[in-house]
Design a protein around this ligand. Structure first.
Ligand code: NAP
Length: 267
């Protein structure tokens, strides 16, 4: 790192592309190299768009190690730090090293199926749910204790960074990203004389893992959705969710404050 190379990516909308071209010019004038293709050795990756654009860049490049900066072009922009009008100020501050790096924790899942073992990573969350809008039945253990037979639409295992995303819409808690926890939030849990499951989120320390044995699906598969990216699996025998060692580094400018951001986006 420290190569003077900065990756710049934008989502598909015309305004984001315009900002991308402008930023590339400004960076080149300031002595930086902007490669045509993603450079894994670059010192920074800039993602222009909304949170979705940032999550896409992250997944397309398998959670690369350099810091990310998000430029928000009119979306929710929870991860996105900079307004396009502040590009010059950013380059000025960046050259002087006047920024902070926020370390965001991630979640992983390892799936054992009849066909083999698969794993996925999420910055916001990983969801397990049924296919074709069908209810799913999951035997859930936390650590070495069997907890419940969940029945419902599915469960969301979210990180602190993802607590303000899908988790929040489901009634889960907003978690300060300085905490190292995972939150398990049910999606439409059934509570009848036939089925009983927790109706609220549960919050776990980073040492604990969650093991799930799904009840055998006849024809339908199970959907694993990581930050919005869907994967279908059949014959799933076991899923293990755990806190991951992979850290996503997000560049924050000097006046960043998590709770102020929460207030401006939600209240
Ligand atoms: P999307 O369906 O196009 O957009 C989902 C919305 O969530 C966008 O407004 C996005 O912000 C926002 N968002 C993403 N990460 C966030 C975070 N950490 N905190 C607060 N808001 C956040 O999908 P997408 O843009 O590709 O994002 C994927 C994410 O969508 C998933 O990880 C999941 O959390 C979320 N999602 C939410 C619901 C729900 O709330 N009911 C349902 C499905 C998925 P931008 O506008 O800046 O892109």
């Amino acid at each position: 790192m420290g190569t003077g190379t900065i990756n710049v990516f934008a989502n598909e909308d015309a305004y984001s592309k315009e900002i991308r071209n402008l930023l590339k010019e400004k960076l080149k004038k300031s002595g930086f190299t902007v490669p045509k293709e993603f450079d894994r050795q670059a010192e920074l990756t800039v993602s222009i768009g909304g949170d979705g654009a940032f999550l896409r860049t992250l997944h397309e490049h398998q959670f690369p190690p350099m810091p990310f900066l998000g430029i928000n072009t009119g979306h929710m922009g929870f991860f996105q730090e900079l307004h396009p009008k502040d590009m010059d100020e950013f380059i000025f501050l960046y050259k002087q090293g006047r920024y902070a790096i926020q370390d965001l924790k991630t979640v992983k899942v390892v799936l054992k199926t009849k066909e083999g073992t698969f794993s996925y990573q999420g910055l916001n969350e990983i969801i397990v749910k049924g296919e074709n809008s069908r209810a799913i039945h999951l035997n859930i253990s936390i650590g070495s204790s069997f907890i419940e037979r969940f029945s419902g639409d599915g469960i969301v295992v979210s990180t602190p960074a993802g607590s303000t995303a899908y988790n929040y819409s489901l009634g889960g808690s907003i978690v300060d990203p300085r905490l190292s926890i995972l939150q398990i939030t049910p999606i439409a849990p059934m509570n009848t004389t036939a089925y009983r499951s927790f109706t609220s989120s549960v919050v776990l320390p980073k040492e604990l893992f969650v093991r799930i044995h799904p009840e055998q699906q006849k024809h339908d598969g199970i959907m694993i959705v990581s930050d919005g990216f869907e994967n279908r699996h059949v014959g799933v025998v076991e899923l293990t969710f755990a806190f991951s060692d992979t850290i996503v580094k997000l560049m924050r400018l000097e006046n960043y404050d998590f709770w102020n951001k929460v207030k401006t986006k939600f209240l």
